[in-house]
Design a protein around this ligand. Structure first.
Ligand SMILES: NC(=O)c1ccc[n+]([C@@H]2O[C@H](COP(=O)([O-])OP(=O)(O)OC[C@H]3O[C@@H](n4cnc5c(N)ncnc54)[C@H](OP(=O)(O)O)[C@@H]3O)[C@@H](O)[C@H]2O)c1
Length: 318
């Protein structure tokens, strides 16, 4: 019998890859879509969609009804105030978890949190992701649930890291934060395969699990520049950008976000996230309980990610 999975955030960078991987594995994917026109772009990977948002209880009820699993991937990743983030990352979680756990036979429930949730004091985004996990733990007691905490995710369709790799492809690497900083990364298809693994097999205690691309100890900016330089076949000049250089535009964005309906990416909170020296994580707990392991390291992942100058030059040079 076909298994049905409800997916929120299906029109986003990560959600669409999750839909594709679940669909390819034989799941019938029911997606929550805010803007009907966007459903066309994922039509190949979904069986049906429900029009609505996380604020629409009726739509959420239709979404989770009679499902075997729910992947809650929708999230606010831009914003200035705690309220802007909480409306989606906390209140939205509460609504969908209440409905899913109230089902006669509650579905297996996986939520995309973030490694940022490990440091809730850094930003409104990080605090909202941690609060979302807490809400899931409190309201989802009767369900089989986990939250995944990915680090920086990259791959086809990403718009946040792409500009940085584009610049690197042109020979310049603006590096924010400390030169000693280390961070983990994850290719988007590997994240989707982790979701599939747990949705298929379950097997972990309720809780939040970190995951990364298999590079123990993560990357330094020097590592990323070296790998990218190898792909592009050109020297990349590192330019250190002290966070205080960005403080003025970040503060301006934050003010505009507070005063108007504006959802900026660069804010003082985002700067504190960028300046944080340790975003390295471990696969041990998740691999131990779910049996998942990553397959794509940064070099291969970047080669699979079209749209940045280095990639184009690499392809042309072969
Ligand atoms: N990208 C990363 O590096 C990264 C790292 C760690 C964790 N995450 C988490 O992964 C999840 C997906 O991130 P992403 O990078 O794919 O972001 P994205 O491209 O901005 O996608 C966000 C998705 O959430 C949907 N959404 C936002 N607010 C909604 C609402 N109120 N009701 C219904 N849907 C709503 C969006 O719908 P529309 O298309 O209609 O806007 C979109 O489908 C987020 O929870 C994020 O916190 C991302």
């Amino acid at each position: 019998m076909t298994r049905v999975v409800a997916v929120t955030g299906a029109t986003g960078f990560i959600g669409r890859t999750i839909c594709r991987v679940l669909h390819d594995d034989g799941w019938s994917v029911r997606a929550l879509v805010r803007t009907p026109a966007k459903a066309d772009s994922i039509a190949d990977f979904i069986s049906t969609h429900v029009t609505g948002s996380l604020e629409d209880v009726g739509a959420l009820r239709r979404l989770v009804q009679n499902t075997d699993a729910v992947v809650h991937c929708a999230g606010a990743v831009r914003g200035a105030t705690r309220k802007q983030f909480d409306l989606v990352n906390v209140d939205g979680v509460a609504r969908i978890v209440r409905l899913a756990s109230g089902e006669k036979s509650p579905p297996r429930f996986l939520m995309l949190s973030s490694l940022a949730a490990r440091e809730p004091g850094l930003s409104a985004y990080a605090a909202s992701k941690r609060a979302g996990e807490d809400v899931l733990a409190e309201l989802g007691k009767g369900m089989n649930w986990i939250a995944l905490r990915p680090p920086a995710v990259y791959g086809p369709g990403d718009t946040e890291l792409l500009p940085l790799f584009r610049l690197m492809g042109k020979g310049v690497a603006p590096v924010p934060g400390s030169s000693d900083a280390r961070f983990s990364m994850l290719y988007v298809d590997d994240l989707a395969s982790a979701v599939l693994h747990w949705i298929d097999k379950g097997g972990c205690d309720q809780g939040a699990y970190e995951l990364h691309d298999g590079r123990v100890g993560g990357y330094s900016w020097e590592d990323v520049i070296e790998i990218t330089s190898g792909i592009c076949g050109r020297k990349i000049h590192r330019i250190s950008v002290p966070p205080y250089w960005l403080q003025v535009p970040a503060t301006f964005n934050w003010l505009a976000g507070c005063l108007f309906r504006y959802y900026p990416m660069l804010t003082p909170g985002k700067l504190r996230e960028l300046a944080h020296p340790d975003w390295v994580c471990s696969n041990d707990a998740f691999t131990g309980c779910a049996g998942w392991s990553p397959g794509v390291r940064l070099e291969e992942g970047l080669r699979n990610t079209p749209g940045w100058a280095g990639f184009g030059e690499y392809r042309r040079s072969r």
